[in-house]
Structures are given as C-alpha cells and as structure tokens.
Design a protein. Structure first.
Length: 135
C-alpha cells in the first residue's frame, strides 16, 4: 500500500511520496548519524490545508530500509518503542543502543507513516539517513 513511482535523483531509488489521506508528506527529511550515538528526529505534521495536525489516536511507525519497499532494518512504533507525539510533532528517538553494535554503514531510506483510528494511512515523511561507523 505504500509503493510509489520511482524518482531517480537518489542512487538508491528515492520515491516521490503522496499520502493516501489528508496529511502532507514531508520530502527530503535527510540526516546523518554516527553509530552508537543518540539522535532525535522531530517532524511537524500538517494537514492538506497547512494547519497543524493533532495526532491523538494515530498509530505511527518509522522505518529504516536499504531502499524503498525493501525489508526493514530498523522499525520503531508508537507502542513504546521510540516514537512519541506532542499534538502535531512526532519525535523519533534513535537511541545509541540501536546502532552501537550493528553493521549499518552507508545511506538508507527512511519513512515515517501513520494510520488513524478509521484505518486511513499516510506517509508523513521520507528521506535518507547516512550512517557512519564510529571509531
């Protein structure tokens, strides 16, 4: 349900994202990360009119993948595993322990998605993470 046409600018096949509901997808949410360090990503979510979107009651998840549509290398969810919300801001906490002993190094696709209580799903943000090996 979250597959989109290829968008060639990124060598790993970035996708142009269009949400399926009324929330606006933030593109190019790129960041750098060193393994074994903490990183908090903050996303301000708006609806199609540009107003802040209250995310109460939404299920949220964040994925790190080799490329769009591939298996998840990391998956965080609102149910106690790294995602919190404060009205219209989603915070994704990448704890140092998630990357400290992993073999991740390079550029990876990331995606933040949501589903409301009626089952309407949206991709809220997409981008790329560049993960560097520490030390």
């Amino acid at each position: 349900p979250f597959l989109f046409p290829a968008n060639p600018p990124h060598p790993k096949g970035a996708r142009s994202a269009e949400g399926t509901g009324s929330l606006v997808t933030k593109l190019d949410q790129n960041f750098d990360l060193w393994t074994g360090t903490d990183k908090t990503l903050a996303y301000s979510i708006t609806n199609s009119t540009g107003a802040s979107q209250n995310l109460s009651g939404f299920a949220l998840w964040w994925l790190l993948q080799d490329e769009p549509g591939s298996a998840s290398l990391l998956r965080l969810k609102t149910s106690g595993s790294g995602i919190t919300t404060s009205t219209s801001v989603v915070s994704v906490v990448l704890a140092a322990s998630l990357t400290a002993g992993c073999n991740l190094s390079g550029t990876y696709y990331t995606e933040l998605s949501a589903c409301d209580s009626s089952g309407n799903a949206d991709i809220l943000a997409v981008g790329y993470a560049t993960i560097n090996k520490k030390g």
